[in-house]
Design a protein around this ligand. Structure first.
Ligand code: NOJ
Length: 757
């Protein structure tokens, strides 16, 4: 938007408020409106543009946006940041287009709007649905205060391959946990009334299977059986739909040889017919056009394919806008197909209350009051602390004492630009708290902090160039690596403990940030080795957007706190945990491999015909050069206290299809600190009509226990927990024997058997 022209506010004569899909009032309103629309205006509604204000994730940015809006050729915009700019664009639509249809305004608010929360992968490690929902709620309040009403989140793609950079944006490897997170986020964004001026429409993405890209390379092909799809990859999308998500984004990848954006089976048969989805589907960024490169035909062909498949809105590529009328004339699409897509988009606008008041989300005075307040920062700090996972704590090195000398070392120890993490489009890293500042805030006057950078995040200038596309994230120092190292070692030698803040720059994960090497970059590995050699106790604070392979560092460090990219309040939250103001309670939502060769790795694997314990002989399913087991399993995470699990008791050892079993276990806090534990329930179906995973998460409870306290935790298991999609894709439970496991992670569990009759 080049020129900003303020136009006198004219109240449009739309008057509809209700929001239910089956609302006859809505249907009548939209039918009447559509009667007035030309084919061109209907096609215009299917067009989503970006004037290029946000993060651009494709080759093009829309041009002539203002003119297109006035001509009725735009249904919505994204990447327009700021309520004043949004107002200008809405003015164009409701004052200067023939039918005055309001625009919908979207954005990627992936883990917070201005108050940035930890990256989604980190949030999922809290296993705390209340705080995840709350982070989404705050994001919605801030984003709507700034004029937005549609959010391209949650991203619920199951990801089991740490090479894939976008593993950072989802909830990890597990369909059960992923589904719970999907629901919490949809609820947080949408609330229970979409017409409210502080709720926004969510958009679940990327439908579907985007996280299963071959070799972890972004945008790459996926190929999997329907059985795997239904049982392992589709549940979180389905959960979001069942929770009432208003929109769905199609993914870049192909499924069964047809890109998702043009895949009728996916967008119509599965999504609408089987799952009953009533909202609208938007493409990903130019993913309609990209079907040409996939090898599906020219722009007109792929646009028609997408519309017929059930895609409603075309993001940025303008294939719908420029070719649909021709396709109609040539009978390649029908008027009903155009009408259907247009209706779904108008319904979304209606449900958001935009026809009632196109300026519902536009109040110039709101941002100052509701965005990034002391309260939202406080909540961001608490939420961040809940997302950290304590991977190792030898000799109870942590929490740190609030006295003595700490050598605070590392390229991420006094850094602001990497704190927010990937996909923080609207965040301002200059408002984030570096670790050094957090430590000074929390440690008090008796702690002497000595700081040195010690190493660059990476010495590789080519990598730095690729990573620094949105600003400097990898800042290669003018000093030589040796000069930096020597400075750090001198400080380490003078200190009581070394805290090294190391890991990935924020843009080393996220979109188009796949890595084939998932270790800590060499420059920092060298630093860690040298620090360990000093003999001082070494605490690693590890930042990353993915599980890193850290077997060597696990040997060298006394303690490792995985803090991901923790958002605006990163430094304070990290200090809160380091000094024991908060006792860590996070558990991994994704396995940490020993090395990259193990990926894809996940706990709910199949047994194979030759299951292997890691010391097993030849001709078993294992590696010559690495164990099968991950370094840290799914569900794993330590606390400053310790928990013990009693034996499982079952109220019955067999159940009928219409009955339940209750499994109980007593968990005791056997350590010195009050703490929280995520008690996890896994089930294995021992014999089935198709092979079944060795364990599947079926429940969890996060409990608080005071030092010395015990609690009995009960899980009720019903037939639905035992169901799976069989080879006919029927969701069934089969009678037979089951194993039930309860524990504090997916590896260390107690077990019991039961039968389903
Ligand atoms: C491309 C990404 O894949 C998607 O997640 C995002 O919502 C769009 N760009 C819009 O920014």
């Amino acid at each position: 938007m080049k020129k900003i022209i303020l136009i006198v506010f004219v109240v449009v004569s739309f008057s509809a408020i209700a929001q239910n899909v089956n609302d006859p009032k809505m249907n009548t309103f939209i039918s009447n409106l559509m009667k007035k629309m030309t084919v061109d205006e209907k096609i215009g509604q299917l067009n989503l543009l970006t004037p290029g204000g946000g993060i651009v994730t494709g080759a093009v940015v829309s041009s002539d946006v203002e003119k297109k809006i006035k001509e009725g050729n735009v249904g919505g915009l994204f990447g327009v940041i700021g309520v004043d700019k949004i107002k200008v664009a809405q003015d164009f639509a409701v004052n200067q287009s023939r039918l005055k249809i309001p625009l919908i305004f979207g954005s990627d608010i992936i883990h917070g709007y201005k108050t940035i929360f930890p990256i989604p992968l980190a949030l999922s490690c809290s296993w705390d649905m209340k705080i995840i929902e709350q982070s989404a709620r705050i994001a919605a309040v801030e984003a709507t205060a700034d004029g937005l009403c549609w959010n391209f989140s949650p991203m619920v793609d199951i990801a089991r391959d740490a090479r894939w950079g976008r593993i950072a944006e989802g909830a990890g490897e597990d369909p059960y946990l992923g589904s719970q997170v999907a629901v919490a986020m949809v609820k947080g964004y949408q609330g229970n009334d979409l017409t409210k001026d502080n709720t926004m429409m969510a958009c679940v993405k990327h439908f579907a299977l985007y996280g299963a890209a071959e070799a972890g390379r972004d945008y790459n092909t996926t190929d999997m059986s329907r059985v795997k799809m239904y049982n392992e990859y589709l549940p979180p999308y389905k959960a979001a739909i069942d929770a009432g998500v208003g929109s769905v984004m199609s993914s870049f990848n192909e499924i069964d040889g047809i890109p998702a954006t043009g895949n009728k089976w996916l967008l119509s048969d599965l999504l609408r017919k089987q799952w009953g989805f009533k909202g609208f589907v938007v493409s990903d960024y130019t993913s309609v056009n990209e079907m040409t490169a996939h090898g599906m035909g020219d722009l007109q062909t792929v646009s028609a394919l997408a519309l017929r498949a059930g895609l409603d809105m075309d993001m940025v590529g303008e294939g719908f806008l420029t070719t649909t009328k021709k396709s109609l004339q040539e009978k390649k699409v029908t008027v009903q197909e155009i009408d259907q897509a247009c209706r779904r988009i108008l319904e979304a606008k209606y449900k958001l209350g935009l026809f009632d008041n196109p300026y519902r989300y536009i109040d110039i005075n709101k941002p100052a009051k509701e965005i990034l307040t002391a309260q939202t920062r406080k909540e961001a700090r608490e939420i961040a602390a809940h997302s950290f996972v304590l991977l190792k704590n030898y000799n109870q090195m942590l929490p740190l004492k609030k006295s003595g000398t700490i050598a605070l070392i590392g390229p991420l120890a006094n850094d602001q630009s990497n704190m927010l993490g990937t996909w923080a489009v609207s965040g301002d890293s200059k408002l984030s708290v570096p670790v050094m500042e957090g430590i000074k805030n929390v440690a008090g006057a008796n702690v002497n902090v000595l700081y040195a950078k010690g190493a660059n995040i990476s010495d590789d200038s080519l990598l730095a160039k690729k990573v620094n596309v949105f600003g400097t994230r990898i800042d290669i120092d003018k000093r030589t690596p040796d000069e930096m190292l020597n400075e750090a070692l001198a400080l380490a030698n003078k200190s009581d403990v070394v805290v090294a803040v190391v890991g990935e720059a924020s843009e080393m994960s996220g979109e188009a940030a796949s890595r084939t090497d998932i270790t800590i970059p060499e420059s920092q590995k060298k630093l860690i080795k040298a620090l360990a050699k000093t003999g001082k106790p070494l605490v690693l604070v590890l930042m990353s957007g993915r599980p890193l392979a850290i077997p060597e560092e696990n040997q060298l460090a006394a303690s490792i706190l995985q803090v991901w990219h923790a958002g605006t309040e990163a430094g304070n939250a990290i200090a809160d945990v380091l000094f024991g103001n908060y006792n860590p309670s996070g558990k991994l939502s994704v396995s940490f491999p020993v090395n990259v060769g193990q990926v894809p790795i996940y706990y709910s694997q199949k047994n194979t015909g030759r299951p292997s314990s890691d010391d097993s002989p030849k001709f078993q399913s294992n590696y010559l050069d690495a164990p099968n087991a991950p370094l840290f399993p799914f569900g794993y995470g330590l606390s400053y206290t310790s928990f013990s699990y009693g034996d499982i008791s079952l109220n019955n050892t067999s159940m009928k299809m219409n009955e339940n079993i209750t499994a109980s276990v007593t968990v005791t806090n056997t350590g010195k600190y009050d703490g929280e534990e995520v008690v996890q329930l896994y089930i294995r179906d021992l014999a089935g009509s198709i092979t079944r995973p060795v364990k599947e998460l079926k429940g969890f409870q996060k409990i608080k226990l005071k030092a010395g306290e015990s609690k009995k935790v009960n899980f009720k298991i019903g037939v639905n927990d035992l169901k799976f999609y069989n080879s006919d894709l029927k969701f069934v439970a089969e009678s037979g024997e089951f194993k039930l496991f309860i524990g504090g992670n997916s590896r260390d569990v107690k077990e019991k058997d039961f039968k389903l009759q």
